[in-house]
Design a protein around this ligand. Structure first.
Ligand code: FRU
Length: 509
């Protein structure tokens, strides 16, 4: 039976270009047995999209996420919940937020209310406060104001959550896309600042108690990419050469460099009222097809750690799945890097990944096709491959299996770009544009470093200290069993190491 969506629900989906949601309701689930990734977070069952409310508190990383627990397709949104002490091993927790009379629970953020500004904590307690979008699916026909911002709080370290009785705290002024609040504490003025996606720009609001919000400013109507609706902002400062640089992340869908959904960013200043970008150029945090809605954990001090949804609205609802769908990227540490005089936002797998390292094998001076050795007694995947090239020359890494499928990842010297080619890497007929080669430009010159993180069905590429980044998923019918490194004719690879990684299965409570 085709589920009937309300007008607000339909509008939202049309805006998202997710017509495939409706299709997925009538298609039988693709029956390829989907092995779970071994190092990447997946929901215990059914549907997941954006990471939400990520906050570090009392030794625990909390991860909430857009979740529909009843089906492996998008539907009435809840906040699923998981916790970790090391960003690698996750434990599923009971669902934190359920839809209610104000609507579905869309994306948002969470903060530690250290000074009890909202008054939710009693003596001796500290409240964690979640700020999220309520999306009313059954809004009357003539309404476009069916998204507004609400609060929930926890006074038991994030175990249980209570919705604020005064919701919503930020009403909709008549903007059809009015969602995904990211709230930060702005220390110089001792106030909360909210970055909210408001259709084709980000609107900033301020509050001293998380309950009353005043409009500050707007950014972005004429900056960056506008191929789709703006969603899931994040704003934070990073140090570069002793200077504070503000970063504004904005996810957009569609309009990504390799199709569908992706996250762009702006660098600039934020004075507590307005964000002023250094320039209005479009820059992408990750050029691959599968890193969307990524935001950072709050309360992590100077470290800025991001996780993204490892999927794309073009096909998220219809990609092969059994009883769960979609994973998150590996948590990544963000930094600023200088690439030929241009400041870029760079990403690298968090250092916590090192605790998963098993055997590493290093090979030097490779000039001909070479099979990279799998660590003895360990499965080939997950693993990471690290390469150094003193002079940047072309190379390709090929993963192959008994079914004749190939995933190719490499550097194209003549076009100065890195690529992930999944066109022959497995099942792709569920979506016409899935079998593609995605590319990211090289921004640096000279010697090159390259890291590839491989799980059962995902590749995450970080080149030139994380200046060129790409993430892609794929669905081989059989596990990849061989990794070959093919240097281009005349090229010499100084060093390559392959490190087997210990799986970190997600524990279900
Ligand atoms: C981004 C997004 C958000 C919204 C959520 C709904 O992927 O569209 O804008 O809050 O998903 O699930």
């Amino acid at each position: 039976m085709i589920k009937k969506y309300s007008r607000a629900g339909k509008i939202w989906m049309a805006m998202q270009f997710v017509a495939c949601v409706a299709t997925a309701q009538i298609l039988p689930n693709t029956t390829i047995p989907m092995e779970r990734p071994r190092l990447h977070f997946t929901p215990s069952i059914n549907w997941m999209n954006d990471p939400n409310g990520m906050v570090y508190y009392q030794g625990q990383y909390h991860l909430f996420y857009q979740h529909y627990p009843d089906k492996p397709v998008w539907g009435p949104m809840h906040w699923g919940h998981a916790t970790s002490t090391d960003l690698m091993h996750w434990q599923h927790q009971p669902i934190a937020l359920y839809p209610d009379s104000l609507g579905y629970i869309f994306s948002g953020s969470a903060v530690v209310d250290v000074y009890n500004t909202a008054g939710f904590a009693k003596k001796g307690e500290t409240a964690l406060v979640a700020i999220f979008t309520h999306h009313l699916p059954d809004a009357p026909k003539d309404k476009i104001d069916f998204q507004y911002q609400s609060l929930a709080y926890s006074v038991d370290n994030g175990v249980t959550w209570t919705k604020y009785a005064g919701n919503p705290v930020l009403k909709n002024p008549g903007i059809i896309d009015f969602r995904d609040p990211k709230v930060i504490w702005y220390e110089p003025e001792q106030k909360w600042v909210m970055a909210l996606a408001t259709k084709d720009c980000i609107t900033f609001y301020a509050s001293t108690d998380l309950k009353n919000w005043a409009t500050l400013s707007e950014f972005g109507k004429t900056a960056g990419a506008h191929g789709g609706v703006w969603e899931c902002p994040d704003i934070f400062a990073l140090e570069y050469n002793g200077r504070q640089v503000w970063v504004l992340l904005v996810s957009i869908n569609p309009g990504a460099p390799n199709g569908g959904s992706a996250t762009q960013y702006f660098l600039g200043d934020f004075d507590g009222k307005s964000f002023t970008a250094f320039d209005t150029v479009t820059r992408w945090m990750d050029y691959g097809p599968d890193n969307y809605a990524g935001v950072t954990w709050s309360n992590t001090g100077n470290r800025k750690i991001l996780a993204g949804w490892m999927s794309n609205w073009n096909y998220a609802n219809i990609l092969p799945a059994t009883n769960w769908r979609n994973a998150l990227t590996i948590p990544r540490e963000l930094s600023l890097q200088n690439a030929q005089g241009q400041l870029l936002l760079a990403s690298a797998p968090v250092k916590e990944l090192e605790a998963q390292y098993l055997k590493a094998t290093t090979l030097k001076s490779i000039t001909t096709a070479t099979t990279l050795p799998a660590a003895a007694k360990q499965a080939l995947l997950p693993c990471r491959i690290d390469m150094d090239l003193t002079t940047a020359a072309g190379f390709e890494i090929q993963l192959t299996n008994d079914a004749g499928e190939i995933l190719s990842v490499g550097f194209d010297d003549s076009h100065q770009q890195f690529y992930i080619d999944r066109s022959k890497a497995g099942v792709h007929d569920f979506y016409k544009g899935f079998a593609v080669k995605s590319t990211v430009p090289r921004f640096k010159k000279g010697k090159l470093n390259f890291t590839l993180l491989l799980d059962i069905n995902s590749a995450e590429l970080f080149a030139d200290d994380g200046c060129s980044v790409m993430t892609a998923v794929y669905f081989p019918v059989k596990k990849f069993t061989t990794i070959n490194l093919l240097p281009a004719a005349g090229a010499a690879i100084q060093q390559v190491s392959i490190t087997a990684l210990k799986p970190a299965p997600v524990a279900v409570k």
